[in-house]
Design a protein around this ligand. Structure first.
Ligand SMILES: O=P(O)(O)OC[C@H]1O[C@H](OP(=O)(O)OP(=O)(O)O)[C@H](O)[C@@H]1O
Ligand SMILES: Nc1nc2[nH]cnc2c(=O)[nH]1
Ligand SMILES: [Mg+2]
Length: 168
């Protein structure tokens, strides 16, 4: 993502729950899935909702960080690999595994996980155009120059009245 995204897309907890549940509805017909691999940390929250809706109890993580500095993507660092028992599913192809993340932006993170699980099903709640081809299922597309603000990154703050020069 570019250093300063022009548009902001703030998401409340209610909205995120609704969108994650909508993702589960879409995934319902795409399974069955033996396990979920969630890409931490952002994937943890939608993975919990999807796991509950699809009654999947085998949950693994792959821990990847790349946005070390706000809105600036750096080098991708894999902090924890996928457990070999999960990687062995589908005869080592990842077939039957559902990979969940909160969003796909450039697609770099998802592409790295695809190399680990080539036949897994990739799902995100939100997708930007550049990353869209890497995911199999998503709910809402936002433009590439939009920054999505998640509820776990935000708090309630005072809003100046519009008449006093507040910007939309
Ligand atoms: O498609 P990309 O351009 O690769 O970006 C998408 C990734 O970036 C964010 O994770 P981040 O690295 O910020 O770590 P976090 O999930 O711990 O916040 C987001 O949760 C995705 O995993
Ligand atoms: N919170 C957040 N993290 C990101 N990582 C890559 N793109 C985004 C984004 O739009 N919002
Ligand atoms: Mg992430």
């Amino acid at each position: 993502m570019s250093p300063t995204s022009e548009k902001a897309f703030p998401v409340s907890w209610d909205q995120f729950h609704r969108d994650a549940r909508a993702l589960a509805w879409r995934l319902h017909g795409a399974g069955p899935f033996e396990a979920i691999v969630c890409i931490t940390r952002g994937g943890l929250v939608p993975a919990a909702v999807v796991a509950r809706e699809l009654e999947i109890r085998l949950i693994e993580t792959v821990c990847i960080a790349s946005y070390h500095d706000y809105q600036n993507q750096g080098e991708l660092i894999v902090l924890k690999e996928i457990d070999p028992k999960i990687r062995a599913l589908g005869d080592g192809s990842g077939a039957g595994v559902l990979v969940v993340d909160d969003l796909v932006d450039t697609g770099k993170t998802a592409r790295m996980v695809r190399q680990m699980l080539p036949k897994a099903h990739f799902a995100t709640v939100y997708a930007k155009p550049q990353g869209r081809p890497v995911v199999d299922t998503f709910v809402t597309e936002v433009s590439q120059d939009t920054w999505i603000y998640f509820p776990w990154d935000m708090g309630l703050t005072f809003q100046p009245p519009i008449r006093n020069g507040a910007s939309g």
